[in-house]
Write a protein that binds this ligand. Sequence first.
Ligand SMILES: Nc1ncnc2c1ncn2[C@@H]1O[C@H](COP(=O)(O)OP(=O)(O)O)[C@@H](O)[C@H]1O
Ligand SMILES: [Mg+2]
Length: 309
Amino acid sequence: MTAAIQAENLVKIYSKSAKSAEKKALEGLSLTIPKGSMFALLGPNGAGKSTFINILAGLARKTSGRVVIDGLDIDADRIESKRRVGIVPQEINIDPFFTPREALEMHAGLYGVPEKKRRTDEILAALGLSDKANAYARSLSGGMRRRLMVAKALVHTPPILILDEPTAGVDVELRQQLWAYVRELNRGGTTVVLTTHYLEEAEELCDTVAIINKGALVALDSVPNLLAKVQHKTLVVQLTEPIAALPEVLLAEGFTLDAKGLKASLSYDPAVKPMDGILRVLSSAALPFRDMSIAAPSLEDVFLAVTKS
Ligand SMILES: Nc1ncnc2c1ncn2[C@@H]1O[C@H](COP(=O)(O)OP(=O)(O)O)[C@@H](O)[C@H]1O
Ligand SMILES: [Mg+2]
């Protein structure tokens, strides 16, 4: 397995400024992102995700440690390693006085893409911006600006595409479109790395997930393996009529009641507490209920479990 991105012992300390105290944002992060993967980088706000990505993009300088992009050390091969990635930063920054077409052409020029190799129209079409190709960027909606940012990251056909919270504040339909396109790029061989705080999104889209917290890696695995780490399931019993309080036997079993008094829930580990025992306790309570459901753990449970401390 070749690595698209390899970070070893990465440390980033933002020095003290007039506005903020010294801040250690990355505390020895080591992480390997496999080539061709669809990789999610998750972590609570302030975990260091953007700092990591900005170092990859050459927008922030690492304090120490080593980063290799597509086989190129970012210190030894600054320029070439940067060309291997297309980065969509968290903050939208587009020049309001350029049209999308001009912005892409200019960006391609910056990367030294020869005119006959430019894919401006193809990229505009892929991101649904053809209609707006010649409109000033200041007239674009927030979602269109976000797509223009993605378009800009693609002009030099990078083998690695990195998106930092690309769907924050983007409406659902657009999000689906964007993901469809990103998936297609991934199928074509592009390694895709994204940060998101929509955990369902990572669960649905990505094959591998890294969770970082306080500047360090706390989990790295495939989605099924991560889910297997969280054993507990949730049983929800829908009562026929609202009740004021749960019977003592159910409280003792660990059930809780929702605010409306209509749902009794139990978080349980099937390995420790098999369902047949729970059902016996439930029927001994003789509480009329009309339905029940069991929810498997989600990536959110994993996330909460590993970022608790
Ligand atoms: N330019 C900066 N100067 C000082 N501190 C910063 C700067 N950028 C980020 N930080 C701090 O570094 C930590 C990590 O931030 P960031 O990488 O943006 O996290 P995330 O993207 O995971 O939310 C936070 O505590 C943040 O306040
Ligand atoms: Mg961020």
